[in-house]
Design a protein around this ligand. Structure first.
Ligand code: AMO
Length: 446
């Protein structure tokens, strides 16, 4: 490895010789002194170089110093450099209270001087140049937060003996409805990209795995351009056996989220406050719970003419239920439960005493849906009847119905969009900001 100290680690070093490496953020080229802000993946530090404008004849040291001065004058923003120098702690230096006096500077990879994006570039333009857009503290922090949150979800499940699965993303049939389905040529036949791991995470139940989870890509041919839809997104899924109802899934779900938010708060709470300007709050479980019928009433009582023709909450309805949860329960999260069977997939279990309702829920967070969960119908006759009722061809899903013909425990689970959680947790306006490389109807590159 090339010898270097990561910039965040400089603070702990004593004054003395040091190597640092990274890219040039700014150059301030003054007559007598040059300042360079150097950034790496951990932070930024100031380099300082006393400018040598003219070399004295026969003085080798001066020649070297002049070469360095000229090199710094020519540095384009974004150029990657390796620097050997002398670390000096100095409280007066605004950036981190330290600076590195340049001894030698090597240009490792020069950048073209005209940077294609600026701070005020449109989001679309920034996404065209995503690798440059990501070269800043805020974006870097977003993906560190994502790493910590995902890790905490995984740890929660691994600590409780869940099995991590990797289900195939190439399928012979739809995993959700036939809408929003990507179709592709697959040798002599047609394949579809998985819209969710739904069928295959349920397969772990008759397979005797007990509790499983998966964090992986899901694909939806959704033509919309909203701030919360992508055509490819990371879905966080779990499926557990022996549930008595969706309430058991919800109890696990909120614990997973509390674990994720706690880990982020511990590691990045202070930095989030500094960079994003708000206090990152760890939610308290249990989250408030309302049935969809109650949620409709809350929305109506708030003076908004409810919802869509099918009885589901529309985005404004979701915002109002969220606002209600915040006002009455001080919670940014709220479970909306017991959805009408007409607006739920065939595999959701229905109430024993009222088959118009399902053992299902959506989880709303800061005004929008982040997750759907349910107890599944595991009795194959009912499952097939519900599929038929929804107009599905049961022959096409016979392989899935087989899962329920050879013994299966009652089970349930949820799917949650990772980018939605991040977007709403960090109060970002679009999932494009919190997705490494966004995919939408008109974006396939970079
Ligand atoms: P659902 O279709 O509600 O349920 O999806 C679950 C969660 O996935 C996220 N999501 C999306 N995120 C970004 N872009 C999209 N186009 C997109 N579509 C969905 C949302 C959503 O809440 N199989 C069920 C889950 C289950 O019952 O286990 C399912 O896929 O955050």
């Amino acid at each position: 490895m090339i010898e270097r100290t990561r910039i965040a680690d400089l603070a702990a070093l004593p004054d003395g010789p040091v190597s640092v490496a990274g890219w040039v953020e700014t150059v301030r080229d003054q007559k007598k002194v040059q300042f360079v802000v150097l950034r790496d993946e951990t932070g930024a530090a100031q380099l300082v170089n006393p400018a040598t404008r003219e070399a004295e004849d026969g003085d080798d040291t001066a020649q070297v110093a002049l070469a360095t001065t000229n090199e710094i004058s020519d540095l384009a923003k974004g150029t990657f450099v390796h620097v050997q120098g002398t670390l000096k702690h100095d409280e007066r230096v605004k950036l981190g209270g330290l600076e590195v006096k340049v001894g030698s500077l090597t240009v490792v990879s020069a950048a073209i001087p005209e940077t294609p994006i600026a701070d005020d570039s449109s989001l679309d333009k920034r996404l065209d140049w995503r690798f440059l857009d990501l070269r800043n503290r805020k974006q870097n922090l977003i993906f560190r937060i994502q790493t910590t949150m995902e890790h905490a979800f995984r740890s929660y499940w691994i600590d409780r003996d869940y099995i991590e699965i990797h289900t195939p993303k190439l399928m012979a049939s739809a995993s959700e409805s036939r809408a929003e389905l990507f179709q592709l040529e697959y040798f002599e036949t047609t394949a579809y990209l998985a819209q969710s791991p739904q069928n295959f995470k349920q397969m772990a139940q008759p397979a005797g795995f007990g509790a499983v989870f998966e964090i992986a890509d899901a694909f939806r041919a959704d033509p919309s351009f909203t701030s919360r839809h992508a055509t490819e997104f990371t879905s966080v899924d779990a499926e557990i056996s022996w549930v008595e109802s969706h309430q058991d899934v919800m109890a696990m779900h909120e614990e997973v989220l509390v674990a994720g938010f706690t880990a982020v708060k511990e590691k990045y709470g202070a930095e989030i406050e500094e960079v994003f300007g708000f206090e990152f709050v760890v939610p308290a479980a249990p989250f408030p719970r309302v049935t969809l019928a109650e949620a409709r009433k809350i929305v109506a009582d708030s003076g908004y003419d409810v919802v869509r023709a099918d009885g589901d909450l529309d985005p404004e309805g979701e915002r109002r239920v969220s606002a209600w949860a915040k006002e009455t329960h001080g919670s940014e999260f709220v479970f909306v439960t017991d959805y009408d069977a007409t607006i739920r997939p065939y595999y959701h279990m229905r109430h024993e005493d009222d088959p118009t309702l399902t053992n299902s829920y959506d989880l709303l967070f800061n005004g929008a849906e982040i997750s759907t969960g349910a107890q599944r119908e595991h009795r194959v006759d009912r499952l097939a009847a519900q599929a038929e009722e929804k107009g599905l061809d049961t022959a096409e899903i016979d392989w899935y119905l087989d899962f329920f013909r050879y013994g299966v425990p009652p089970h349930g689970g949820f799917g949650m969009g990772l980018a939605r959680v991040l977007m709403l947790a960090l109060h970002e306006p679009s999932i494009r900001e919190v997705t490494y490389l966004f995919r939408g109807p008109t974006r396939l590159t970079p």
